[in-house]
Write a protein of this length. Structure first.
Length: 202
């Protein structure tokens, strides 16, 4: 189900942040977030300049404790603290285990920048072995060759933007255990959140 929000997506698209293609995934992320209880602790992994965080805060002001984590400090601006509870500069790949206290993890255009093995390791850690204690995960991942090839010099300013693995739908579902809930122009949105209540538009 696409969530046709007015203000949040408009602002996200006009915001010059460190995220790519926010218009492709936001309409599918918002319906999931709308089902969560107030005061959930959400971590925006690879938050960049905060495009996703700003959109979430605009749509759900003060509903969640929203934090962002990124390894590239040049993206930071004081304005990010208007919509993030905190912004953390850290190597999430090495230190992900210390973030177990969060309830929901957003990997929006992020997992393709991890090696395949590391992505599997991290997602399995947060999913755990007990379904009742499983962390909620929402991810958007390029799943088409259309977005697998990056422009020359794209990573010159930020080496962490390099794609390290090109994911297919089958890989995401079988190896990460995340279900495809929709896709838009070669960007798949995946989650372990129950989505039976949604009627997905294609």
């Amino acid at each position: 189900m696409r969530y046709e929000t007015k203000k949040a997506i408009k602002e996200a698209l006009s915001y010059k942040g460190g995220r790519s293609r926010p218009d492709k995934s936001l309409p599918y992320i918002f319906p999931l977030l709308s089902t969560f209880e107030k005061n959930k602790y959400i971590l925006d992994v690879g938050c960049g300049r905060g495009t996703i965080g700003k959109a979430i805060f605009t749509e759900f002001p003060h509903k969640f404790y929203l934090s962002g984590v990124d390894i590239f400090p040049d993206y930071f601006s004081e304005a990010m603290l208007d919509y993030y509870t905190e912004v953390i500069f850290d190597n999430f790949l090495q230190n992900y285990q210390k973030y177990i206290c969060y309830d929901v993890f957003l990997f929006i255009d992020v997992l393709e920048h991890f090696s395949k093995d590391k992505a599997i390791e991290i997602i399995k850690f947060f999913r755990g072995n007990d379904v009742s204690k499983e962390k909620k995960i929402i991810a958007s991942i390029p799943n088409s060759p259309k977005h697998w090839t990056q422009a020359k010099g794209f990573q010159e300013k930020n080496k962490y933007e390099k794609h390290l693995h090109d994911w297919t739908n089958d890989e995401v579902e079988k190896e990460l255990g995340l279900k495809l809930i929709d896709e838009n122009d070669g960007i798949g949105v995946y989650t372990n959140v129950q989505v039976d209540r949604y009627r997905i538009k294609h």
